[in-house]
Design a binder for this molecule. Structure first.
Ligand code: SF4
Length: 467
């Protein structure tokens, strides 16, 4: 019988069916960071347990690391303490750690694929919502909470309910200035932030097939913002080319054997889905959020919608969003003044993102009064960007060029919005308070759109600058 990747990977990793009806699922790769792991390690110690598979567990520091001066000890005592705990825990439990001196540090969802740890057909877990990112290579990747981090550390297994599967087909060709970020924001706008609850998303169609691996990583990253804990793309030649030669990918003949197995894990042609949604690429334009969740967005040429257009259940949230953001229904989103421009995060902190933003920034200047930051997603991304001279393009334009980390994606480090500042951000969440100020306002968009906002001082259709 024809099967989907979800069927195949789930079956291959099933240990047994639990009395609750959930599956005890073996986890092939566990990624750990400093924020959600300290209590989990402590619970292990209290129970007298070791890490079940340290060779399948890898750690990094990303959320709390400062991106300006990374001199230890960090100025922020909490950041320093968390870093020390992670270093000690990794040492005590025999877990490899990609810390600052390693040259391999970065945002956990950037370094996993980059190092070839993330592979097709795997089950992956990490104590972070955006673990769905890793589905881009054809894995089932779950964001988990701290008690589940403990469970995976102790048993290498998770108790999981099997989700239903929705295939999202995007057909056609994206226009110039329209990126993977615009595709996923459009999907979330159309299906809603709760639309994927209980589902895994399989992304397919000619647009997805034509995407690079980095674009697929952006797409899968925000699955969770549409309510789907898991999002994946079937492994294909793009996947195999991306993984070939990466440090933790199989090497030589073992790689060829792995490719044969990976190909077999892709969804069969005549497999069935619980739901299928189709999108036309021609209808997708650069997208900007106007509200306080990633589903509240419009195309850059559109106007902010009136709450009357929302479903009954969402109308109150739309009103709250308009009031918080200081927007009026009917107001064009283009022209909204910004104070801060942030390019980075596990959604859009990869080399291709920085290239797209640099294309816009080249030869231009950051607008007066705008604070603009470029934060590479990993040390490897920073090194590659510097080798191409991208940092010089950004610095010449007036952007700050920072060290790798989560930075202003969330307010857990020194990079924060101040007061009511409006931020054009390439990250994934525009929740109230997300960027560190309880009253700060976030507009999500692609990195190229952020660069366009930075140099004009306002939300701008990047297509006008690319002509
Ligand atoms: S960049 Fe943002 S979303 Fe991604 S792991 Fe860091 S804090 Fe989480």
């Amino acid at each position: 019988m024809a099967e989907t990747l979800l069927d195949k990977v789930w079956r291959a990793h099933t240990v047994r069916t639990l009395p609750s009806g959930q599956t005890q699922l073996f986890i092939g790769l566990h990624l750990v960071h400093e924020v959600t792991s300290p209590q989990a390690f402590q619970m292990l110690r209290e129970a007298g347990l070791r890490v079940r598979h340290p060779e399948r567990t890898f750690a990094t520091v990303d959320h709390i690391v400062p991106t300006a001066s990374q001199q230890r000890p960090f100025r922020d005592a909490v950041a320093e303490e968390m870093t020390v705990h992670l270093i000690e825990n990794c040492k005590d439990f025999g877990i490899p750690l990609f810390d600052l001196p390693s040259g391999r540090q970065g945002i956990v969802h950037v370094i996993g694929p980059e190092l070839g740890l993330t592979q097709p057909g795997m089950t992956i877990a990490c104590g972070d919502s955006h673990t769905s990112t890793h589905g881009a290579v054809g894995a089932l990747a779950f964001g988990i909470g701290t008690s589940q981090v403990r469970d995976v550390l102790a048993t290498q297994c998770l108790a999981m309910a099997r989700p239903k599967l929705r295939q999202i087909c995007v057909e056609g060709k994206l226009g110039r200035g329209v990126y993977a970020k615009d595709v996923i924001l459009t999907i979330i706008q159309r299906l809603g932030v709760m639309g994927g609850v209980g589902y895994a998303y399989e992304y397919a169609g000619s647009v997805i097939e034509a995407m690079t691996m980095e674009e697929r990583l952006t797409l899968c990253n925000m699955s969770i913002e549409g309510g789907a804990r898991v999002g994946y793309v079937n492994p294909d030649a793009t996947t195999f080319d991306y993984l070939r030669g990466r440090p933790f990918a199989p090497q030589g003949a073992a790689f060829d054997r792995a490719v044969a197995w990976w190909k077999g894990m892709a969804t069969d042609l005549d497999a069935r889905f619980d739901d299928v949604v189709r999108l036309d690429a021609d209808a997708i334009q650069p997208v900007v959020t106007w509200g306080i969740n990633p589903g509240q967005s419009v195309g850059v040429t559109e106007r902010i919608p009136a709450p009357e257009r929302a479903h009954d259940a969402e109308r109150a949230t739309w009103r709250e969003a308009l009031a918080f953001m200081d927007f009026e229904p009917g107001q064009p989103i283009a022209g909204t003044r910004i104070d801060v421009a942030f390019i980075g995060s596990c959604t859009n902190g990869r080399l291709s993102d920085l290239r797209a933003a640099a294309e816009v920034a080249r030869g231009r200047k950051v607008a007066k009064g705008v604070r603009a930051l470029v934060v590479p997603g990993s040390q490897a991304v920073a090194k590659a960007a510097e080798a191409e001279g991208l940092h010089e393009i950004f610095q010449a334009a007036g952007f700050e060029w920072r060290n790798a980390g989560c930075s202003m994606c969330l307010g857990m480090n020194e990079d924060k919005l101040q007061g009511r500042e409006v931020s054009a951000s390439s990250s994934n969440r525009n929740f109230i308070g997300r960027q560190g100020s309880p009253t700060g306002r976030t507009l999500l968009m692609s990195p190229a759109m952020v660069a366009a906002a930075a140099v004009t001082g306002a939300v701008t259709d990047v297509r006008e600058l690319l002509r």
